[in-house]
Write a protein that binds this ligand. Structure first.
Ligand SMILES: *Cc1c(COP(=O)(O)O)cnc(C)c1O
Length: 370
């Protein structure tokens, strides 16, 4: 049996006729950038996030950068975040001209540990970027409290967590802004790149809209330095077809996750650490991630057996070569570094079959001699 990490083909077959129809409409309309499809998606995703504004942009990385810039973060400022994330989080801070300040994670959720944030705040701190890793929200209530106390902005990096909830609150509700990615592998994926900033703050929304078109307002007059980062109509049209299915897909991901967990517990007991959904959280399982011993050997073994896995992420941002100037060294963020050695993500997508999950777990059990 072969089990891929992600297989988008079944979903495409399901939606094919609808997708082809809307693509044909867009191409027939000759309106390719920032048209009605983008507007509809911005409205729907903002509403879904329980906030007033959505600003479609080129990708999820730019969305973080645009939100930071719109909040006034720039050179000389510090932004607190996690080092256990995709590069884009730290990259966006550095691209805004600010300094990333990395805080260790909560080993249970893999998300930034709110208990460690206050010690990292200085008079230069302007914002916090929690990342809702693997589809589970960080402790936004605590983070929002800290931000309020110290007068900081919060950008939720929700690239992996569209649809997640924390004590009934959506992504975007407790932050100053939140950012989504529509990269094809994300839970709501386009057929190319795309991203969005959502916010309840009218001023940040307006600034974000201007930044994504070179800072142009009125047209051809530039008061701020923006760049080109727009969502195109073809991508938005595809996303509008997919969006109504998102909650169903999240439920399916959750079902697959609970199937993995019960199979793993049954076959391996405590030999592997299964994902923990913290009380009050609605986890959308962008990834199903275990902590294991002998991770690299397990990954190689599974690969030989036809099972794809991924390591998100093998090298934390604080020790990435590009950030050497920040002066971090190995050992500075012990929980982050431990997670980077132990984490392994299993195949996860709404169309994953139970037989495939049984095969994956059987092969993991085989590796550990169970
Ligand atoms: C995917 C991802 C991004 C970047 O999104 P792109 O659309 O690929 O630019 C940012 N942060 C996290 C945590 C991600 O997983």
């Amino acid at each position: 049996m072969k089990v891929p990490m992600l297989d988008l083909s079944e979903q495409y077959q399901e939606l094919r006729s609808e997708v082809l129809e809307v693509l044909d409409q867009v191409m027939g309309s000759s309106r390719f950038i920032l048209g009605d499809n983008v507007k509809k998606l911005e409205e729907d995703v903002a509403k879904y996030s329980n906030v007033a504004h959505g600003i479609g942009c080129g990708n999820g990385s730019d969305a973080i950068h645009i939100a930071l810039q719109a909040m006034g973060v720039g050179p000389g400022d510090e932004v607190i975040t996690t080092a256990f994330t995709f590069f884009a989080t730290g990259g966006a801070i550095a691209r805004a001209g600010a300094k990333p300040v990395y805080v260790d994670i909560d080993p249970v959720t893999f998300n930034i540990d709110p208990k460690k944030i206050e010690a990292a705040i200085t008079e230069k701190t302007k914002a916090i970027i929690p990342v809702h890793l693997y589809g589970q929200m960080a402790d936004m209530e605590r983070i929002a409290e800290i931000a309020k106390k110290h007068n900081l902005g919060v950008v939720e990096d929700a690239a992996q967590a569209i649809g997640a909830k924390h004590n009934g609150k959506s992504v975007g509700e407790l932050g100053t802004a939140a950012t989504y990615s529509f990269f094809p592998t994300k839970n709501l994926g386009a057929y190319g790149d795309g991203g969005m900033v959502v916010t309840d703050d009218a001023d940040i929304a307006e600034k974000s809209r201007v930044i994504r078109v070179h800072g142009s307002k009125p047209k051809y007059y530039h008061h701020v330095l923006g760049y080109n980062s727009r969502l195109d109509e073809l991508q938005a049209a595809v996303l509008n077809v997919k969006f109504p299915h998102l909650d169903r897909w999240s439920d399916l991901r959750r079902e697959k996750a609970s199937t993995y967990t019960s199979l793993l517990k049954e076959k391996l007991g405590d030999l592997v650490v299964t994902p923990v959904e913290k009380e009050g959280n609605y986890h959308v399982f962008h990834q199903y991630t275990l902590r294991v011993e002998n991770r690299d050997e397990l990954q190689n073994y599974l690969k030989e057996q036809g099972v794809a896995t991924m390591v998100y992420y093998p090298l934390p941002l604080h020790i990435q070569p590009v950030f050497a100037d920040l002066g971090y060294k190995e050992g500075d963020l012990p929980e982050t570094e431990k997670a980077a050695r132990e984490a392994i993500s299993l195949p996860m997508f709404p169309e994953l079959k139970t037989e495939q999950q049984e095969y994956v777990v059987a092969k993991i059990a085989e590796f550990y001699g169970k």
